[in-house]
Write a protein that binds this ligand. Sequence first.
Ligand SMILES: *Cc1c(COP(=O)(O)O)cnc(C)c1O
Length: 361
Amino acid sequence: MADRAFNFSAGPAQMPDAVLRRIRDDLPVARDASTSVLEMPFTGTEFRAIAEAAEARLRALLGVPGNYKILFLHGGAMAMFALVPLNLLRGRRHAAYVDSGYWAARAIAEARRYCDVRIAADNADCGRARMPPMSQWRLDPDSAYCHVTSNETVDGLEYSFTPETGDVPLVADMTSNFLTRPVDVSRYGLIYASAQKNVGPTGLAIVIVREDLLGAAHPLTPSVFDFARQGESRSMLNTPNTFAVYVASLVFEWIAQQGGIAAMEEAAIRRSRRIYSVIDAGSFYRCSAAPDSRSRTTVCFQLADPSLVPEFLAEAEAEGLSNLKGHKAVGGLRAALYNAMPEAGAERLASFMEEFARRRG
Ligand SMILES: *Cc1c(COP(=O)(O)O)cnc(C)c1O
C-alpha cells in the first residue's frame, strides 16, 4: 500500500492497513463466496455467515454474556440518543444522565424530547476538567436508566472507573473508546457505539443490550429501531448495512489476532502516555483534563500561544500527520489514538511536537 499519512481524525478514523488490504483483495469476490460482499442478498446464506461471524467475534472479544443481544443497526450514535429513551423508558417518565461534556450534552438535549431528564452529576464546576467522581452523583433509584458517555471525544475525558448505579440500568455511549479497554458487560444494561471510530465504516451502530430490558418500547418507535424486534430478527428486519457489518467483522478478527482487548488496552496506554508526556514536559502545550480523567483515545490539547495553531497543523500535515485540528466547539488540537493507530504514529507525533516546541517555544 502506498505510503500514507497517520490519520488522527476523531472519525471516520484510521483503519488497520491489514484490513484495508483484505477489503481490496476480496472486494470483487468475497472469500468463501461466489459474489462481491456488495452484491450479496442479505437473506442469503453467504451474508448470514458473515453476520454470524461478526456477532460471534464481538461476543468473544468482549465476553458478552448469553443474556445480552448484539444488534447492528443504522443511524449512528446520534440516532441512539433518541432510541435509548424510546426503547428503555418502559413507561417511566424520567431518566438519569451524567452531563460530562459535548456528547453527553447532545444526548441529553435529544432525550429531553422524550422524557424528563434528571442530571445525576455534571462537571461544570470544574470546567469539564474531569469525569464526575461517584461521590458527587445523586441518582434517583426510580430512573428508567442512567446514561453516561464513557469517553468524551471532544473534551478529551474518559472514565477510569465503571459507574455504580445499583438497580438502575447503566447505559453507556462508548463510541470513542469501544474495544480499547476491557469492559464487564454484565455491569451495563445497554452499551452502544457508532462504528466509524474504532470499528469500521460509517452508518453502523452497535448495540449490546440486556434482554430483560427489551419488549416495552414506546409504541411509536419505528420498527427498524425497536431493539426487541431487531434482536428477534438478528438485525435483519430490513436490509442491514451489509458492507459495514462485513468490515466490522474483519476488524474484530484483526483485534483478536493482535492479542484481543488486553493488547488494545496496553497499546492505548502506551500511545497516550507518550503524547501526554510531551504535553506535561513544559508549558508550550496545555491539557485541561485532570490526570485521573484523561482520555487514552482522544487526546485534546492547546498551544499556550493559540496563534501558532495554523502553523502547527500545516507543518504536521507536511510530516504526514493528518487531521489534528480540535473540534470547533473547543478549538485547539486533538489526536485521536484509536486501536488502528500504530505506535509508530504516536511516536512520530510526539517527536514532531517536541521538535515544534523547541523551534517555537
Ligand atoms: C462521534 C460520536 C457520536 C456521534 O456519532 P454519529 O455516528 O455521528 O452519530 C456520539 N457520541 C460520541 C461519544 C462520539 O464520539
